[in-house]
Write a protein that binds this ligand. Structure first.
Ligand code: NAD
Length: 339
C-alpha cells in the first residue's frame, strides 16, 4: 500500500516532513499547501512538489509571482489519505473539523493541545498506541527529546525521579523578529508545560521540568538529573544503552564537541540535509553516574527532531510496519540516520 500524504503548512517543520515523505518507499507526497508566495513556496516548486494555496491565501498572488500552483488546499485534501498539519501553533485545531468532515486522517504537531488528537506520539515510546488511529499529535521538540530518553531509561533502569532544566533556544534561525537577543528569561511556571506534555505519553513518569530561554537559534539543551531505580555499574553502561538505541548520537570525548555550534558543524560536515540533527545528541563527557543519580546533558535540534516521528506516525496510523522497530528502521535508513 502507498499512503498519499499532503502537508498543510510548508514552514520549518512542514518542508522537512515533506522532504522526508518524498523519500519513503510506502508513501507518496501529493502536495504541500502554503498561504503566501515566498522563498519556501518557491522551494516547493523547485523540488517538484505540487503546490496548493492554503488558508486565506490568494491564487492570484502566487500566479503574479510566477509560481505554478496546482489548486487550493481543499483540492489537495481530496487527493490525500492523511494530512500532516504543520501550520503554526493553534492553527491546526482550526482545520480539525475540515479534516474530519473530509474523512481524512491527520497528524498534528506539538503546538496544538493534546486533545486535538486521539493520542500523543513518539515512536520509541508508544508506537502501538497510534496504530489505526485517525488523529495523532507528534509531541513538541523538547518533549520528543525527553520521551525518547525516558523510553531508554525506564525500560533499562527504572526512573524514580527526574528533574530537568530545559535551556531553550530563543527562536528558529529564520525567526528574525523573536528574542531575546540579549538576556536570559526564566519561565515562571513550575513545572513547565513540558511535564504534562511528556506525561501524555508516559502518564506515570515522575518528571519535573523547568525552562529558561536564552539568545541562541541553534538547539535546545536539557540538563537532566535522574534518580534510577536499578542503577547500572557505571556511566559507561548508560552511554552504551543510548548508543544501542536508534535516534541517539553520543559524541566521543576525543571529538571535542564543545557545544551546539560544533554539533551543527558536524551535521554540515556530514552533508546532512539543512545540517539537521534529528537524533538526541549526548556527550560521553556529559553523562555522569553517582550511585543511583544519573546526570546527563542532551541537545535537541528543534527544527528537525520531530521529522522522523511524523513519518513513523503515518506508518502506525496505516499499519504499514510490523512494529515500531520495523518502521524506525525504514525511516532512519531513508533519512540517513543509521550511521
Ligand atoms: P512555521 O511558522 O515555520 O510554519 C508554518 C507554516 O504554516 C508556514 O508556511 C505558514 O505560511 C503556514 N500557515 C500559516 N497559517 C496557515 C493556515 N491558516 N493554513 C495553512 N498554512 C498556514 O511553523 P513551524 O515552526 O513549522 O511550526 C509548525 C508546528 O510545529 C507548530 O505546531 C509548532 O509548535 C510545531 N513545532 C515547531 C518546532 C520548531 O522549533 N519550529 C519544533 C517542533 C514542533
Amino acid at each position: 500500500m502507498t499512503v498519499r500524504v499532503a502537508v498543510n503548512g510548508f514552514g520549518t517543520i512542514g518542508k522537512r516532513v515533506a522532504d522526508a515523505v518524498a523519500k519513503q518507499p510506502d508513501m507518496k507526497l501529493v502536495g504541500v499547501a502554503k498561504t503566501r508566495p515566498s522563498f519556501e513556496a518557491r522551494l516547493a516548486t523547485d523540488r517538484g512538489y505540487p503546490l496548493f494555496v492554503g488558508g486565506a491565501g490568494k491564487l492570484e498572488e502566487f500566479r503574479a509571482a510566477g509560481l505554478s500552483v496546482a489548486g487550493t488546499a481543499d483540492e489537495m485534501f481530496q487527493n490525500a489519505d492523511v494530512i500532516v498539519d504543520a501550520t503554526p501553533d493553534k492553527v491546526g485545531r482550526e482545520y480539525l473539523a475540515k479534516y474530519q468532515s473530509a474523512h481524512l486522517k491527520a497528524i498534528f504537531q506539538g503546538g496544538e493541545k493534546p486533545d486535538v488528537a486521539e493520542v500523543s506520539f513518539s515512536a520509541l515510546a508508544n508506537y502501538d498506541a497510534a496504530r489505526g488511529k485517525s488523529r495523532v499529535r507528534v509531541v513538541s521538540c523538547n518533549t520528543t527529546g525527553i520521551v525518547r530518553a525516558a523510553a531508554v531509561l525506564r525500560a533499562r533502569y527504572g526512573v524514580d525521579r527526574w528533574d530537568a532544566t530545559l535551556i531553550r533556544r530563543a527562536a528558529d534561525p529564520t525567526e528574525t523578529r523573536k528574542g531575546p537577543v540579549n538576556g536570559i528569561l526564566p519561565t515562571f511556571q513550575f513545572p513547565s508545560h513540558h511535564t504534562p506534555d511528556a506525561q501524555t505519553i508516559f502518564p506515570d513518569l515522575p518528571i519535573a521540568t523547568t525552562a529558561v530561554v536564552v539568545p541562541t537559534t541553534l538547539m535546545h539543551v536539557h540538563v537532566n538529573h535522574v534518580r534510577l531505580r536499578r542503577p547500572p555499574a557505571s556511566a559507561a553502561d548508560v552511554i552504551a544503552a543510548f548508543r544501542e538505541t536508534p535516534r541517539f548520537h553520543v559524541f566521543h570525548s576525543w571529538e571535542r564537541i564543545e557545544g551546539t555550534p560544533q554539533v551543527l558543524e558536524y551535521a554540515r560536515d556530514h552533508a546532512a540535509p539543512r545540517s539537521d540533527m534529528m537524533k538526541n545528541v549526548l556527550w560521553e563527557d556529559g553523562v555522569h553516574l553517582n550511585g543511583a543519580d544519573l546526570h546527563f546533558f542532551q541537545a535537541i535540534h528543534q527544527e528537525s527532531i520531530v521529522v522522523p516521528e511524523n513519518i513513523d506516525a503515518i506508518r502506525a496510523m496505516f499499519d504499514l510496519a510490523a512494529d515500531a522497530s520495523a518502521s524506525i528502521a525504514v525511516t532512519d535508513l531513508t533519512l540517513g540516520l543509521r550511521a
